[in-house]
Design a protein around this ligand. Structure first.
Ligand code: ARG
Length: 570
């Protein structure tokens, strides 16, 4: 990493510049404008302030130290008032980075560590449609998984299915009353949902249903055969439909340990909480009271003795800590559950299991259509599968109209349409910060000229097509001078490893999107202005092919971290 290397150089030279005194945090920025160099730091100002010395002098000392240590790495190091230092990488450094990309290929940007992370994502609910929120969680969670894995973390993906809880008592009652038991297996999630809605309608005139449902959930918890069978059928029906969505998205999650997995693992926790005196009885229920009432209390045992979502999440944490000994647990779950996770993380700290900074809730925002909130409630069911199918169909249209695409065999077109359509939906989600609400607009998602998945895939295929036409092995000698467009690509592309690291640290795949979009734009500008195959000299041609291959590689690496495949043609 170039940034890391510069940080180390600064660190070494500071020792000389300030002799003693507190070591400041070294912040290095990559200026947007090329004429400010590749990196800039204000560290001399910070030191100047703390030592009450002239920052310009300190900057000059740092500069000369660095140039002594690494004379060839920089074209120049510049000190500007009132004490900034700007670093300009030498042409050789830029070429070295380029060669490095061509050598490391799909590993370029990766790193190593022996840490472990558990990522809790997707987690749809049985007998309910796979919602838009679950789609977000699936897409973002998978990208986070890919990013951490690329950085060497051992990743454990866990799909915490909503497959347990009192609602299953209601479901069983509704099925027993209003569904054909012989044909249970043929029901769809939509049918199950209708039955659930009917239960809530009928309860208005028949309040006894409530008690019936409670009894049936109790039976389920006690392993009653009939209850278990009906429940299992609901799970099977739902998983069949969820798996269709996962197949379309090309996603497979390592573990599917739903809430039901934690039955029988909760009572010991209740006991432990009692013993550790972090719970009190309140109106028959057992609640965790947070010191100083900094959070509202959380129920861990209901007045009827039943556990709940919160208790199951506690058991889940305990299981994960024991089984995988993770350094970090990330929950990719909607913002509406923020309080739940705050309560959970604090409870874990109170129990003494782990510090709460071991946990992070990526609280994603809502999905909105232009007409308002996209909702799956009140029977207004959005069929996710049909949304994804529509994306594929729309992508097919684009391919049918494109220069290269229209003459491809149908089967290939189909495949590319899937890659482009699904990629577009994923990119649309990932390119915005996860906390933002997303507006769903087909025009934007599939815009071939804007910040979209198809635009990046298209740029990738453009690079690939150049490389196909050249048919030569890339091999170039030193280049004396870069033109502006070449330089702009070179001083962007070496930053990829830093961007990946930052995306992981800040849980922000959108940084990778921004980076890839920026790089693609710079390449397209270069492509329009300069000849590659017909460059003036053979060596220049080779260099530009090298640049093209590196851009293709870095775009591919970026998209792969986003869970988006690249087509060879489109
Ligand atoms: N099934 C839950 C829902 O749809 C999400 C579960 C998230 N994960 C967790 N460990 N609580 O609301």
């Amino acid at each position: 990493m170039v940034q890391e290397k510069i940080a180390k150089l600064i660190q070494k030279s500071i020792k000389v510049a300030q002799k003693n005194g507190a070591f400041p945090e070294i912040i290095i920025e990559h200026p947007k404008e090329m004429f400010h160099g590749d990196y800039a730091t204000s560290v001399a100002l910070v030191i100047g302030r703390s030592l009450k010395k002239n920052p310009m002098e300190i900057a000059e000392t740092i500069k000369s130290q660095i140039l002594d240590l690494e004379p060839d790495f920089f074209e120049k190091v510049e000190v500007v008032k009132p004490g900034f230092i700007n670093f300009f990488l030498s042409q050789q450094s830029l070429i070295n980075s380029l060669n490095n990309i061509l050598k490391e290929k799909e590993k370029y940007g990766s790193a190593q560590t022996n840490k472990t992370v558990v990522i809790d994502y997707s987690a749809p609910n049985i007998a309910k449609p796979f919602g838009i929120g679950h789609l977000r969680s699936t897409i973002i969670g998978q990208s986070i998984y890919n990013i951490y894995q690329f950085l060497g973390w051992k990743c454990i993906g866990d799909n915490h299915l909503g497959d347990w809880g009192t609602q299953f008592g209601k479901m069983i009652v509704a099925i027993k009353k209003w569904a054909n038991k012989e044909k249970l297996k043929d029901l769809s999630i939509a049918d199950l949902e209708k039955l659930y809605i009917r239960f809530h309608e009928e309860i208005e005139s028949n309040p006894d249903l409530e008690e019936e449902a409670r009894v049936w959930f109790k039976k389920l918890e006690d392993n009653n055969k009939e209850a278990k069978e009906i429940w299992q059928t609901c799970v099977d029906i739902s998983l069949k439909e969820f798996n269709k969505v996962y197949d379309l998205l090309g996603i497979k999650i390592d573990y599917v340990l739903g809430e039901s997995f934690y039955q029988g693992k909760m009572m010991s926790i209740i006991k432990e909480a009692n013993k550790k005196k972090i719970v009190v009885k309140s109106q028959g229920a057992l609640i965790i009271k947070y010191p100083g009432d900094k959070l509202p209390p959380a129920i861990i045992l209901k007045s009827d003795g039943a556990t709940n979502y919160f208790t199951r999440d506690l058991a889940t944490v305990q299981y994960r800590l024991k089984t995988w000994k993770p350094d970090l647990i990330i929950y990719e779950v909607g913002v509406e559950q923020s309080l739940h996770f705050q309560q959970l993380f604090w409870a874990i700290e109170l129990l003494g299991w782990a510090k709460r900074n071991k946990f992070f809730h990526m609280a994603h925002g809502l999905y909105r259509s232009k007409e308002g909130r996209l909702s799956t409630r009140k029977g207004k069911i959005i069929h996710l599968e049909s949304v994804l199918q529509e994306a594929i169909d729309k992508a097919k249209k684009i391919i049918n109209e494109s220069e290269t695409g229209k003459d491809l065999p149908d089967k290939e077109k189909e495949k590319i349409a899937q890659t482009v359509g699904i990629g577009a939906v994923k990119y649309n989600d990932l390119s915005q910060h996860y906390t933002k609400n997303i507006v769903f607009s087909w025009d934007k998602i599939l815009n071939l000229k804007g910040n979209s998945g198809p635009y990046l895939q298209y740029t990738f295929t453009r690079c690939k097509s150049v490389l196909r036409k050249s048919k030569t092995k890339i091999n170039f000698k030193n280049i004396k001078d870069f033109n502006l467009e070449e330089k702009d690509i070179l001083r962007t592309i070496y930053r990829f490893p830093e961007i990946v690291q930052e995306a992981a640290d800040k849980f922000s795949p959108n940084l990778i999107c921004n980076f890839a979009f920026d790089l693609a734009q710079k390449y397209n500008l270069f492509y329009q202005k300069h000849s590659i195959i017909k460059a003036e000299t053979d060596n220049l041609k080779m260099f530009r092919l090298g640049l093209t291959a590196a851009v293709a590689q870095v775009l591919e690496n970026s998209l792969s971290l986003l869970g988006i495949s690249v087509p060879e043609k489109m």
